[in-house]
Design a protein around this ligand. Structure first.
Ligand SMILES: [Zn+2]
Length: 343
């Protein structure tokens, strides 16, 4: 099969469009003929390599996958060839206390397709059948691939962890990112007042179209000051963080007394300082989150099917242009998801 793979870590020049062996499935797996695979920052971290993380090489990246079931293992009864499916990115053991409690993203063996397992930058990918989910009929493969990671992450952050309420105010950083554009829509469903930031006027316009009530141009305006102005010096109840070092202090400063900062990423750097007195005296909470459960993805898909949540696609490129697609993401040129089409 054709795939985009790399045999050493580095820049986008290590990505090769080449032949790779078709995956061999086990009894409980499905083989999926990939039709679309959306990009995530994870793809870039995995390609560059991370200290202390040993990625199996050669490697095929890509964790947001949609396609058709091509083959099923002997023990698979709930899918058959031709089913249109997307794949939940998270793979867990399915047997431990966390998995059985429905918190599979807290499983000690939790990993992702495209991370410790080969992913969707290829014509075929294998996955446990429990990861396959039928695509709502109103979605194309490209739209379906744009859903799982960002909507699941944003849902888990805002609904499950931060428990955002209708009367509350939320600050969503980086509206142009996949996770930011998903978070604006989810926050709107809860009924909260949504303040979003982005780095350009055109991205702010799009953030408003998605439902943001107020916007901040973070390349020119100070986020903390703007939040105080917009909230009558109160601050917001929830800050949706994924930017990391560049915004960490502003994010903390934007919180109201009793506020919650929920974070899923650190694309600008890992180090975040905090004055512990500020944390306790203002009754603040800092919530770390990683992905979300498979059950939550069913809730997301239900709302996508009802068109209450809409995948936001920046552009669609053919698989062999994966390097160019990753560069676009690295340069933050996108609004929403960059998707690779697999012919
Ligand atoms: Zn487990």
């Amino acid at each position: 099969m054709k795939a985009v793979l790399f045999s050493e870590h580095g820049g986008t020049d290590v990505l090769r469009y080449a032949e790779a062996p078709e995956p061999v499935i086990g009894a409980r797996d499905v083989l999926v003929r990939v039709r679309a695979c959306a990009l995530n920052h994870l793809d870039i971290w995995v390609r560059r390599g991370m200290p202390g993380v040993k990625i199996p090489l050669p490697h095929i990246g890509g964790c947001d996958i949609a396609g058709e079931v091509a083959k099923t293992g002997d023990a698979v009864t709930n899918f058959h060839s031709g089913n249109r499916v997307l794949l939940a990115p998270g793979v867990s053991c399915g047997q431990c206390e966390q998995c059985l409690a429905g918190k599979d993203n807290e499983c000690r063996q939790y990993s992702l397709l495209g991370y410790m397992y080969d992913g969707g930058y290829a014509e075929y990918v294998k996955a446990p059948s429990v990861n396959a989910m039928l695509i709502p009929e109103n979605l194309s493969f490209e739209q379906a691939a744009a859903v799982p990671l960002v909507f699941l992450t944003a849902w888990h952050m805002l609904v499950t962890r931060a428990q955002l309420k209708p009367a509350e105010e939320v600050l969503i950083l980086g509206a142009g990112s996949g996770v930011g554009s998903a978070a604006i829509q989810i926050a709107k469903i809860t009924g909260a007042r949504v303040i979003a930031t982005a780095g350009s006027e055109s991205k702010l316009t799009k953030a408003k179209e998605l439902g943001a009530d107020e916007v901040i141009l973070h390349s020119k305006q100070n986020i903390g000051e703007e939040i105080m102005r917009m909230t009558n010096c109160r601050g917001v109840d929830v800050v949706f963080e994924h930017v990391g070092q560049a915004t960490w202090e502003q994010s903390l400063r934007s919180l109201a007394i009793g506020g919650r900062l929920v974070t899923c990423g650190a694309t600008t750097g890992y180090e975040g300082k905090i004055d512990i007195r500020y944390l306790f005296s203002r009754n603040l909470s800092i919530l770390g989150t990683y992905m979300g459960s498979k059950a939550e993805l069913f809730a997301v898909l239900e709302l996508v099917g009802r068109e209450k949540l809409k995948p936001v696609i920046d552009c669609v490129l053919p698989l062999e242009r994966a390097a160019e697609a990753q560069e676009r993401l690295e340069n933050r040129e996108q609004f929403g998801k960059i998707v690779l089409r697999v012919p």
